[in-house]
Design a protein around this ligand. Structure first.
Ligand code: CUA
Length: 335
């Protein structure tokens, strides 16, 4: 009775741990929740591997149970037992693993072929550059640059051209496709497609330095019209502020050190070390998708970027609070 109790207790503990682990995943994007054709292929392969591994596990445990609990016959014919043992080794140790590995191999090749870049319509190429630690996003055919936010039209494959001027990063949108590295001195390509409109979480999947964990981005899949409207809006230069406070803010931006690193199209700011800010206010997040894009968060970022992301290239600013207010008013006009 006592033994039975402790065993059920152990099962309970394992079950609870499993639930806890699963619970931790509740809000994370999962490759098992594919939202596009490429991710769906990968998920299919994942499930195949999972069920095959489960079958092997059950088989191994069954043999283990057999070995542990089967009673030895009183008289053992040593020769027959040995022959049986050899048969088991050949079938379970050679033939079955060979079959399992062959199936995995073929299924993997099959999936890889299905993941080859499809025919990409014109105008649907995005260049993504891994910076330390944020994502520069260029739309070469539409001739504008943005950051940490990739907009795509729903239901269309989009070519993603990847490069890095520094270290190796990895581009990963778990719900849309597998990972692809961004290599210094090399150009890699991948593609993404979303079946439904929505916001898909992306992240860097290769350790690239102290702020690797804070190098995220969003993929925003939009219906065709909405996507076209976004493109048109992003192509526009920044509007000149009319509000006096915002005008003052613009002067501060252009006279402080901001313009050495940031560009705002339509002004003298053409720096390219940091994110292009032409339409900063239209973006959902700050700091590579680590904070919501609100006035408070933006103020916190400008005042103390090294507190939020130690080691990033943006220096502390020494603006007074009135200057900061004006600067925020200006940045809020960059829609
Ligand atoms: Cu970039 Cu990790």
């Amino acid at each position: 009775m006592k033994r039975h109790k402790s065993r059920s207790g152990r099962f309970f503990a394992i079950g609870a741990l499993g639930l806890l682990l699963l619970n931790g995943c509740a809000n994370a994007p999962s490759i098992l929740d594919p939202q596009g054709p490429a991710a769906a292929r990968i998920a299919n392969l994942w499930w195949l591997l999972f069920w095959m591994a489960m079958a092997v596990l059950v088989f191994v445990f069954a043999f283990l149970a057999l070995a542990l609990f089967r009673r030895r016959p009183a008289e053992v014919d040593a020769q027959r037992a040995q022959q049986r043992g050899i048969r088991v080794i050949i079938w379970a140790g050679v033939v079955m693993p060979a079959i399992v590995l062959a199936v995995v191999y073929v299924a993997t090749l099959w999936t890889m072929r299905a993941l080859a870049t499809p025919v990409i319509p014109e105008g649907l190429t995005v260049h993504v550059i891994g910076q330390l630690w944020w994502w520069e996003v260029q739309y070469p055919e539409q001739q504008f640059v943005t950051a940490n936010e990739i907009h795509i039209p729903v239901g269309q494959p989009v070519r993603i051209v990847l490069s890095s001027p520094n270290v190796i990063h990895s581009f990963w949108v778990p719900e849309l496709h597998g990972k692809m590295d961004l290599m210094p001195g090399e150009i890699n390509e991948t593609w993404i497609q979303a079946d439904r409109p929505g916001v898909y979480w992306g992240e860097c999947a290769e350790f690239c330095g102290t702020q690797h964990a804070k190098m995220n981005f969003l993929v925003i899949a939009q219906p065709a019209e909405e996507y076209q409207a976004w493109l048109q809006q992003q192509q526009q230069p920044a509007t000149t502020p009319t509000d006096p406070l915002a005008q003052e803010g613009q002067q501060i931006f252009l006279s402080a050190n901001c313009l050495y690193c940031h560009a705002i199209r339509g002004t003298d700011a053409v720096g390219n070390l940091g994110p292009d800010l032409t339409h900063l206010a239209s973006r959902r997040t700050l700091g590579s998708a680590i904070q919501e894009n609100t006035a408070g968060n933006l103020a916190g970022w400008i005042v103390g970027p090294q507190h939020i992301k130690p080691g990033n290239l943006m220096p502390q600013s020494d603006l007074t609070s009135t200057e900061l207010q004006a600067l925020l008013a200006y940045l809020a006009t960059l829609e």
